[in-house]
Design a protein around this ligand. Structure first.
Ligand SMILES: Nc1ncnc2c1ncn2[C@@H]1O[C@H](COP(=O)(O)OP(=O)(O)OP(=O)(O)O)[C@@H](O)[C@H]1O
Ligand SMILES: [Mg+2]
Length: 265
């Protein structure tokens, strides 16, 4: 069983996909991981090593082949079926914003609340307040196509926060953004997570992003993924952007990069 205080627990989780041609793809080998309440954990690993698969299994979108996933004491998967209770308080965010083009920004942000049956007045009020939280005030009525990529990701973050999730599962949410917008989004994300005490699992290809945002970093081996290293990040919060220029920050980034290269060799 996961340790006490654990928010998300993975015990011997493995995933094998069967392709249409009948081949078995071993995506995740055997992953054990406990993420504490309010903790920010990043997953780093080479392309195709199973990171998205791990997040999708936690989110209840993909059943594991074996092993157990627990969210706040509740099994996410029971006999191959997703538990609505365990996944209710999780929200996932993807590399692309996935906004509905025919809805404006506040309607997009309010959509999960609408699906939960919240009345129009209340959900639009919340959506407007979330727009301000993520720096989108003034764009509530804009269409997604009229926003920049960074603004669309802000809207996706606001939508993910709308249901007040206890856990956020983020799959390379800022990978497509330019470096400056990405820095801004990281500051925004850190602020929101600190304010709300939300538990986060972030998949990223950027070691610097992982070090900047995380309490712990999990390095995964090439497919099928298994945990090869876990790093604890010592920097105090809130962390300013300038931290990235410090020697201690760059040393940790360098050390993780060297370890990953060695593991892949
Ligand atoms: N639905 C599927 N059917 C068959 N194989 C799949 C399926 N989804 C993923 N895979 C395979 O499982 C492995 C892990 O995929 P996954 O998308 O989890 O990797 P990833 O670490 O997120 O990669 P990336 O960093 O490129 O996003 C890959 O080899 C992929 O081809
Ligand atoms: Mg992926």
């Amino acid at each position: 069983m996961p340790s006490p205080g654990s928010d998300i627990g993975l015990k011997a989780v493995a995933k094998t996909y069967m392709t249409r041609s009948g081949d078995a793809v071993h995506a995740v080998n055997r992953v054990d991981l406990d993420i504490a309440r309010g903790e920010f954990v990043s997953l780093l690993g080479p392309s195709g090593c199973g990171k998205t698969t791990i997040l999708r299994m936690i989110a209840g979108l993909e059943p594991p082949t074996s092993g157990e996933i627990v969210m706040r004491g509740e099994a996410v998967w029971q006999k191959g079926r997703r538990s609505a209770v365990a996944t209710r308080d999780m929200a996932m965010m993807f590399q692309e914003a996935r906004l509905l083009p025919w809805f404006n920004i506040e309607e997009n942000i309010a959509l999960p609340l609408r699906l939960r049956g919240e009345d129009e007045k209340s959900r639009l009020e919340k959506a407007r307040s979330l727009c301000s939280t993520v720096g989108l005030s003034g764009f509530e009525r804009a269409r997604p196509s009229n926003l920049s990529g960074g603004m669309r990701q802000r809207a996706a973050l606001a939508r993910a926060l709308g249901t007040e999730p206890q856990a956020l599962l983020l799959d390379e949410p800022f990978g497509a953004l330019d470096a400056m917008t990405r820095d801004q989004m990281n500051i925004e994300l850190q602020r929101v997570c600190l304010a709300r005490g939300v538990t986060v699992a972030l998949v990223t290809h950027s070691i610097a992003e992982a070090v900047f945002l995380s309490d712990r970093i999990v390095a995964l081996a090439p497919r099928p993924s298994r945990v090869v290293d876990i790093y604890t990040v010592p920097f105090e919060r809130p962390r300013p952007v300038e931290l990235q220029r410090s020697a201690a920050f760059q040393q940790l980034v360098g050390r993780i990069r060297d370890d990953i290269l060695r593991a892949a060799a």
